[in-house]
Design a protein around this ligand. Structure first.
Ligand SMILES: [Fe+2]
Length: 309
């Protein structure tokens, strides 16, 4: 029987793909904490040794369905059409997870859902997937990756429903997977002529609006407590209206796969809460196996690192 070993909401903002020297300058002398946060997340992922990673991609917008990029293998060179002056020439070479994509579509069709598989070799990639593939070193570990799109004409309950279909398909498979919701919380950009409130560009006071910072922090605290039910109760009035990146498609699909409002997986922040162009960013790990405490996972990861060195 398949299993969700863990999950995370993960920032992918493009500034993290700038060189370290530039990031340190932007950070007024020290790097974004999201960079060591990726290393912390790598430890969590490596400690559970998943058969596959699913990435809910908040940049891959589709209309009519949530789509799965169900190819066998992906190899190429990426250039962003959003910021090609620095995000270009990124080589990628990673495994897909075609069997799970087929299984998810079958389950979704059975449940009258909206998830479909595509296997087009020319389908473009998004940096919401590739930045995670690179920073989490999924190429090096040869971990199969299955990217899921954000359907832009779904309402938020349908994000949850698609996630439920995906969770059911995972349970019916023989795969042990990690889910990654790739995107920000509040996603209001600062204007092009905006001047920073704080010299460290990543500082939270540079997030677009004080009420967005307050709202994001309340959501993070609810994640920490495992109160996803309360996040959903506040969704319509608060988080949908900020709005979160991709209207929350990344988080809501991940949560749907983990049981929706019934999910009590506690969130462990793996980074500081930081600004990127006015959006609110953080990495939060969700332990879906509470019998394995964070301490045990850390010990396991430390042991793995020691035996590898
Ligand atoms: Fe983004």
């Amino acid at each position: 029987m398949g299993q969700i070993l863990g999950a995370a909401i993960v920032s992918h903002h493009p500034g993290l793909m700038q060189c370290e020297e530039f990031r340190v300058l932007q950070g007024a002398g020290s790097d974004s904490d999201l960079i060591p946060g990726y290393a912390r997340l790598r430890e969590r992922i490596q400690s559970v040794k998943p058969d596959a990673v699913l990435i809910f991609d908040s940049h891959w917008f589709t209309t009519g369905y949530h789509l799965l990029d169900g190819g066998d293998h992906f190899k190429g060179t990426y250039i962003s059409d959003e910021m090609p002056w620095y995000l270009h020439g990124v080589p990628y070479d990673y495994r897909g997870c075609p069997e799970l994509a087929v299984q998810i579509e079958a389950v979704s069709r059975e449940r009258k859902g909206y998830v479909r598989n595509v296997r087009h070799p020319e389908l473009g990639k998004q940096y919401a997937t590739l930045n995670l593939v690179k920073h989490l070193q999924l190429e090096l570990t040869q971990t199969p990756v299955l990217t899921v799109s954000s359907c832009q004409n779904c309402e938020w309950p349908q994000f949850l429903q698609s996630g439920e279909d995906i969770g059911e398909a995972i349970r019916r498979s023989d795969l042990r997977v990690v889910l990654l919701a790739s995107g920000a919380l509040s996603h209001k950009f600062n204007g092009i002529d905006w001047r920073p409130n704080h010299p460290r560009i990543f500082h939270e006071s540079n997030v677009s609006r004080p009420e967005n910072i307050e709202s994001d922090k309340a959501a993070i605290e609810l994640m920490r407590q495992g109160r996803h039910d309360e996040i959903l109760a506040r969704w319509d009035e608060d988080y949908r209206r900020k709005p979160w990146e991709a209207f929350g498609a990344h988080y809501l699909q991940m949560l749907g796969a983990m049981g929706g409002a019934a999910c009590q997986a506690k969130g462990e922040p793996l980074s500081a809460y930081e600004n990127a162009r006015g959006t609110g960013n953080i990495h939060v790990w969700f332990n879906t196996q509470p019998h394995l405490s964070a301490g045990a996972l850390n010990e396991f990861a430390a042991g793995s690192a020691a035996s590898a060195s």
